[in-house]
Design a protein around this ligand. Structure first.
Ligand SMILES: [Zn+2]
Ligand SMILES: [Zn+2]
Length: 341
């Protein structure tokens, strides 16, 4: 917290949304936030090494998308990309956000582990880390204690740079005591790279088998499947998720007065499985449905209902009519999840 305050202390706090040009030229301004050697006690060289280790996998996956024109093309590979993207987005929107961060439905302990593993495949760290930061975002939206407010920071810092900052590396268990009591979730949070690595290995093996069956060779099939599936799918799912932190706090319609800059961005909900109804969500965060009306498309919620029908989850919380009509007091995250530290 001290480090975060130090990092943003010298910045001007903006209360009005950034203009588009401001936002896209703010990347340069965002970089010193993670590159400042004064922020830690490390030597300059060691600090750059730590940052390189944090950033390299993220940059490498982006860089790997450049291999797309050099691998095979097939509609089966396009299907692998679509499947991966949808699998990751359901993991993030349905499980990481609506279950682990807001507990909008109940399930068994073993299925909770399945959901944590599923969400972990999207390579956005563990459920404890993600939920802790997200709960803090709701509690302190648009203040210096918000990890990724684009109006306090800037577009790029809220979109992705904040992930690499020192202050945001630990999973603060004080925010997620309800989740941290499960050792299996703590394990997945500590070893968060295991689910994505296994997902990638599975697709590599699938690609090799596909390559042999098509007569193009195992290695050619494996590389093509990896680039179309996990590489492209991961990058697309990353930015679709990141847009919730950046875009939906800058541009869009504000249906409810939430005391922050959250907005509804309908077109984004088609891409990120309903998460674009962000103003609805900030107004009533305890609801599994982010789309409050039938015309507010919310695919993650439809899947939650399907899972409920299958008996895998239950006690799905839906926004009451009073909330839809804007007649409830602005909701805050439930107190048992929050212990300011
Ligand atoms: Zn938000
Ligand atoms: Zn939320």
């Amino acid at each position: 917290m001290t480090q975060l305050l130090e990092q943003v202390g010298s910045m001007t706090i903006r209360t009005a949304p950034l203009a588009a040009t401001d936002a896209f030229t703010s990347l340069q301004a965002a970089l010193p936030a993670i590159a400042s050697p004064a922020a830690t006690a490390y030597s300059r060289g060691r600090r750059w090494l730590i940052l390189a280790r944090r950033i390299t996998p993220f940059a490498a996956v982006h860089f790997a998308t450049l291999a797309l024109p050099f691998v095979l093309f097939s509609w089966e590979l396009v299907a692998a990309c679509l499947f991966t993207y949808c699998f990751f987005m359901v993991g993030m929107a349905g499980w990481m956000h609506r279950y682990f961060s807001h507990r909008t439905f109940s399930t068994t302990r073993w299925f909770q582990f399945v959901l944590a593993f599923w969400a972990g495949c999207a390579a956005q760290r563990g459920t404890l880390w993600w939920a802790a930061h997200h709960r803090r975002h709701h509690a302190f939206a648009e203040t210096v204690d918000d990890p990724h407010s684009p109006t306090v920071l800037n577009f790029w810092r809220s979109h992705l740079v904040w992930i690499f900052e020192d202050a945001h590396q630990p999973s603060n268990y004080k925010w997620v005591r309800d989740l941290a009591r499960y050792p299996e979730l703590r394990f997945l949070d500590r070893w968060y790279w295991i689910p994505p690595i296994l997902y990638w290995c599975f697709f590599g093996a699938l690609g090799a088998a596909w390559g042999v069956s098509k007569g193009v060779g195992a290695s050619s099939g494996a590389w093509s499947m990896l680039v179309w599936g996990p590489v492209l799918g991961t990058v697309l799912a990353w930015h679709a998720t990141f847009c919730i932190n950046s875009v939906t706090h800058l541009w869009g319609r504000r249906r409810y007065d939430t005391g922050d800059d959250s907005r509804n961005v309908g077109w984004l909900s088609w891409i990120n499985f309903g998460e674009g109804w962000h103003n609805n969500h900030h107004y009533y965060p305890h609801s599994a449905n982010l789309g409050f009306h039938w015309w507010q498309i919310d695919p993650a919620y439809y899947l939650i209902l399907m899972m409920q029908r299958l008996g895998l989850i239950w006690e799905v919380r839906k926004a009451p009519l009073k909330a839809v009509e804007g007649q409830v007091r602005r909701a805050k995250p439930r107190p048992e999840h929050i212990e300011r530290g």
